[in-house]
Design a protein around this ligand. Structure first.
Ligand SMILES: [Fe+2]
Length: 342
């Protein structure tokens, strides 16, 4: 496994790059906007291709690199389904598995620091965001934080094998990694007897708000692509318009989501499945979608929220496939419009 822990000294944030090898697909956890150039340089040096960028929660102390990484690499941006961020390309729920080539991360919904906090377990290590820190825990006094919920989330983490490596979202003292056993023994916050005592402890902290909070939270809330731009160019159907496309012989509806998303939310009848991860191959000369377009069919991409499909339309148009369109707002809009699923 290729594994890098990167540090932003301004916000004391750790970001993590994970990859296995072969095609060089990589994933990043909690990227910081100011460090995006550094991440991309590293990808280039290690010959990696960023395919997914994940935030453990809505950050209040730094601006996320999710939007910039998406714009520069066309990676899929991911957060939990509870997140209020306007649009990310994929949303995950507790128990979901995030995969890239050769690696998978199990998503654990761990509310408490915020109501959209997740931890990600990858083999012998867990990325704990701001739920569990080294000898500390994330504050619970804003962003719908809830100390009792966090106590329950922490108990869940403490049930992991003792030797599990703990990689936090921040450290302010220079520590880089711990283990579950170490935190059980030495983390003062975990000495509380129960949720009640923990809640009293957390309520007594009286922490100042993070310096960046007023800037970071609003900036992080708006990560969506400007799908209006794609619509303005005439490359979009609204979900309502798209209803009349189902079953038409001159239309090929292409679902760009992953298998797990299709299983959970259903798919548009008569659509074909061609995951976003394979898009570049599929729109190349001789690729599946390229060949389909060559038969004269109008290609209509869709995904969960219209983000991946908007990027796909742009990529296909760049390849000269001028008949490509997408469904604005994706399956979420389709469901709101009362579209049929199978
Ligand atoms: Fe945080």
């Amino acid at each position: 496994m290729i594994f890098r822990q990167l540090f932003d000294s301004v916000s004391s944030t750790y970001s993590y790059v994970l990859a296995s090898r072969r095609g060089g697909e990589a994933l990043i956890v909690d990227p910081v906007l100011d460090k995006v150039d550094r991440y991309l340089k590293l990808m280039e040096e290690l010959d990696l291709r960023l395919v997914k960028a994940v935030d453990t929660h809505l950050h209040a102390d730094h601006i996320t690199g999710l939007g910039a990484l998406r714009d520069r690499t066309h990676c899929v941006t991911i957060m939990g389904e509870q997140s209020k961020v306007d649009v990310v390309s994929m949303r995950i729920a507790d128990g979901d598995r995030l995969t890239i080539e050769g690696l998978s991360l199990d998503a654990l919904y761990t509310p408490g620091h915020t109501d959209d906090s997740y931890c990600f377990l990858c083999g012998d290590r867990i990325f704990t965001g701001d739920t569990l820190l080294i000898r500390g825990t994330g504050r619970t006094d804003f962003q719908n934080g809830d100390s009792r919920a966090q106590w329950e989330s922490l108990q869940r983490l403490l049930r992991l094998p003792d030797e599990t490596l703990v990689f936090p979202g921040h450290d302010y003292k220079g520590d880089t990694v711990s283990t579950i056993a170490e935190e059980k023994r030495f983390n003062p916050r975990l000495k509380a007897r129960d949720a009640e005592e923990y809640s009293t402890l957390m309520a007594s902290l009286n922490l100042p708000n993070p310096k960046m909070m007023d800037v970071a939270v609003p900036a992080n809330m708006h990560q969506g692509l400007h799908q209006e731009e794609v619509a303005r160019r005439g490359w979009a159907f609204t979900a309502e318009e798209a209803k009349s496309l189902v079953g038409r012989a001159d239309i090929a509806l292409i679902d760009l989501r992953e298998k797990s998303e299709r299983e959970r939310k259903g798919a548009i009848p008569s659509s074909l499945h061609a995951p976003y991860a394979d898009l570049i191959d599929n729109i190349e000369d001789g690729g599946l979608i390229h060949e389909l377009a060559a038969t004269g069919k109008t290609i209509v991409f869709y995904c969960a929220f219209g983000e991946r499909s908007a990027m796909a339309v742009q990529a296909a148009q760049d390849k000269g496939m001028t008949s490509c369109r997408h469904i604005e707002g994706g399956m979420a809009a389709w469901a709101r419009a009362g579209g049929e699923t199978r």
